[in-house]
Design a protein. Structure first.
Length: 73
């Protein structure tokens, strides 16, 4: 019985992590869609930044939010 509860808790944690990552990725996609074409300009050169890095950064922020939540649990 104890093992089953631990397994269910671990599955719930995985689902929660996935939800935080997906939420962060969705927020990143929203930022990319709102801001549009962005770029990084350094020393007279510029590089375009597409949506994929912004979405990935959003997922990382979502996972960081999960980590902070678990810190206070």
């Amino acid at each position: 019985m104890v093992k089953k509860k631990a397994k269910n808790r671990k599955e719930d944690d995985v689902k929660e992590v996935a939800a935080f990552a997906a939420g962060g990725a969705a927020a990143g996609a929203g930022v990319a869609a709102t801001v549009g074409g962005m770029g990084l300009a350094v020393g007279g050169t510029a590089v375009a930044i597409g949506a994929a890095p912004v979405v990935a950064a959003g997922a990382v922020v979502g996972l960081a939010a999960y980590g902070i939540k678990k810190l206070f649990d």
